[in-house]
Write a protein that binds this ligand. Structure first.
Ligand code: 5GP
Ligand code: ZN
Length: 112
């Protein structure tokens, strides 16, 4: 838990969010500025700054987050989606609590 982290505050319930999944290790909630009709974030409850801060002990947790994305995407009605993990300022990361973006719906997403 990090006192000044927005996502830790969402986990605690101090900042409201539209949660779509929660268990003892992870939560998923809708992104406040969606890039597509469906856009959610999967985050661990442990405060880990980024993919670059992950350690071997996080291997199962990372796998769990990735496996959750297609399950939730299907539940949200998506046939396909884009997943993204921004790492570091130069990687476009703005919130320094690791998160997997998953978004899609509407038109086919442009090629990257
Ligand atoms: P990043 O750029 O770090 O990969 O993505 C951070 C994401 O968190 C952005 O897409 C942004 O819209 C989302 N976000 C930032 N603050 C909040 C918030 O308070 N609530 C929710 N639901 N999403 C947030
Ligand atoms: Zn945090």
């Amino acid at each position: 838990m990090s006192a000044d982290c927005i996502f830790c505050k969402i986990i605690k319930g101090d900042i409201p969010s539209k949660k779509i999944y929660e268990d003892d290790e992870v939560i998923a909630f809708n992104d406040i500025h969606p890039l597509a009709p469906v856009h959610f974030l999967v985050i661990p409850k442990e405060h880990i700054e980024s993919l670059a801060s992950c350690e071997p002990r996080h291997q199962a947790l990372l796998g769990k987050m990735l496996l959750l994305a297609p399950k939730l995407a299907k539940e949200q009605g998506l046939k396909g989606f884009r997943s993204m993990i921004n790492t570091g300022v130069e990687g476009g990361q703005e919130v320094f609590h690791i998160h997997v973006h998953a978004f899609g719906g509407g038109d086919t997403l442009p090629k990257t």
